[in-house]
Ligand binder design. Structure first.
Ligand code: AKB
Length: 318
C-alpha cells in the first residue's frame, strides 16, 4: 500500500482507519471519500472527495485521478438497516463493491473490503465456527456479504486482483458511532453507562456474539494488506474476533468501574433474530497462522479504555 482510496471514510471504521493510514503512509497518500462531507478530521487532515460508490464512472475516475494503488472499500449498509431496506442494501452493498472491484481491476489496485459474522447463518456451527464452513445467511446483509466474498475471490482468480477481506465481528469504538447494525448495543451501552448509569438492551441476556475493539480491527486491516501473499491460503474472508460476549458480561465489567450501573432489557425482535442467526464464537486460527492476527484487547482492558475515553470526550464537549 502506497497510495490509498478509502470509500465510506466518514463511517465507523473509515473515520478511524483513514487517520491511521494517514499516520502510516502520509496524509497526502490517503484519499478519503464519502457520500457526504462533514466538519471532521478526516475531511480536513488530507485529500477528501464526495463520492457516490454506486456511480461506477465517478469511482473509477476518482481512483485514476489520484493514481492510487489500493482501494479500501467500506461504504455499505449494516445489517439492521439492510433488513429494513433490502433493495437499497442490494444496490449499495453489491453495486458499490462491483464498482470498486472493476476500478481495482482496470487500475491494477489491491482491494480490501470488510465481510462480517453476518456472512454466516443459522445452519453454521455456532461455537468454534470454522474458517471454511456452511454459509447460508438469512438476512439481506448476509446475502450481500457471502456474495461479496465470492465476488472478491472471483476477481482474484480470474483477473489476479489482490483482494483481501476480514469477517468482522461487532466493532466497539468511541470515536464514530456505528449506524444500523445489530451489534450497536455493545457501543451504546458504554455511552449510556457514562451519561445515565443505565442501559436498556435490545439484545436479550445470554445472546453471545463475537466482538473486537476498533484499535485491533485497524491493526488487523493493515497487517492483512501488508501480509506476504505467498502465506495467504485464504483471502475472502478471514474469521477475526477478540471476544465472545453476551450483554450481561459487558454490564458486569462496566460495574467494576461504575458500581451503580443498571441494565434492563427490551428485546427488539428484528435485531434479536439477526443476532440469533449469527455464530457465538469464531475460530480465528487461519488468521493467526496466515498473517499473524493477534488482538491486544479483551473485554476487561477494552471496557477500561472505552469508559476512560468516552468520559474525557464527553467532558471536553460539555
Ligand atoms: C452489524 O451488526 O451489522 C455489524 C456486523 C457484525 O457486521 N456490526
Amino acid at each position: 500500500m502506497e497510495k490509498v482510496l478509502v470509500t465510506g471514510a466518514l463511517g465507523q471504521i473509515g473515520s478511524e482507519l483513514t487517520m491511521t493510514l494517514r499516520d502510516i503512509y502520509g496524509s497526502a497518500n490517503v484519499i478519503a471519500t464519502d457520500i457526504r462531507s462533514t466538519e471532521s478530521d478526516v475531511v480536513h487532515s488530507g485529500p477528501f472527495e464526495v463520492l457516490d460508490v454506486t456511480d461506477e464512472k465517478a469511482l473509477f475516475h476518482t481512483a485514476k485521478k489520484h493514481g492510487v494503488d489500493t482501494i479500501i472499500h467500506l461504504a455499505a449498509l449494516l445489517s439492521a438497516k439492510a433488513e429494513a431496506s433490502p433493495m437499497l442494501a442490494w444496490n449499495l452493498n453489491m453495486g458499490g463493491l462491483v464498482n470498486a472491484l472493476e476500478a481495482a481491476r482496470l487500475l491494477d489496485c489491491q482491494l480490501f473490503t470488510p465481510s462480517s459474522i453476518g456472512a454466516f447463518g443459522p445452519s453454521t456451527p455456532k461455537a468454534g465456527t470454522p474458517q471454511d464452513t456452511i454459509q447460508r445467511p438469512t438476512t439481506m446483509y448476509g446475502v450481500n456479504k457471502v456474495a461479496g466474498e465470492l465476488l472478491c475471490d472471483y476477481y482474484f482468480q480470474k483477473y489476479h486482483v489482490d483482494t483481501r477481506s476480514l469477517r468482522f465481528p461487532g466493532l466497539i469504538s468511541y470515536k464514530t458511532p456505528p449506524g444500523g447494525g445489530t451489534t450497536d448495543y455493545a457501543v451504546e451501552i458504554y455511552y449510556e453507562a457514562i451519561k445515565r448509569k443505565r442501559y436498556t438492551s435490545y439484545i436479550a441476556e445470554g445472546t453471545y456474539l463475537d466482538m473486537m475493539y476498533m484499535p485491533d480491527a485497524l491493526t488487523a486491516i493493515v497487517a492483512l494488506m501488508e501480509a506476504d501473499p505467498t502465506r495467504l491460503v485464504h483471502r475472502n474472508a478471514f474469521n477475526v474476533s477478540a471476544m465472545s460476549v453476551e450483554p450481561e458480561q459487558i454490564a458486569a465489567f462496566i460495574r467494576k468501574k461504575i458500581p451503580e450501573f443498571v441494565m434492563d432489557y427490551q428485546v427488539d425482535p428484528v435485531r434479536q433474530a439477526i443476532a440469533e442467526s449469527w455464530p457465538d464464537q469464531l475460530d480465528c486460527s487461519c488468521a493467526r497462522e496466515e498473517w499473524g492476527f493477534e488482538p491486544a484487547y479483551n473485554l476487561e482492558n477494552m471496557t477500561e479504555d472505552m469508559l476512560t475515553k468516552i468520559e474525557s470526550s464527553l467532558s471536553v464537549n460539555q
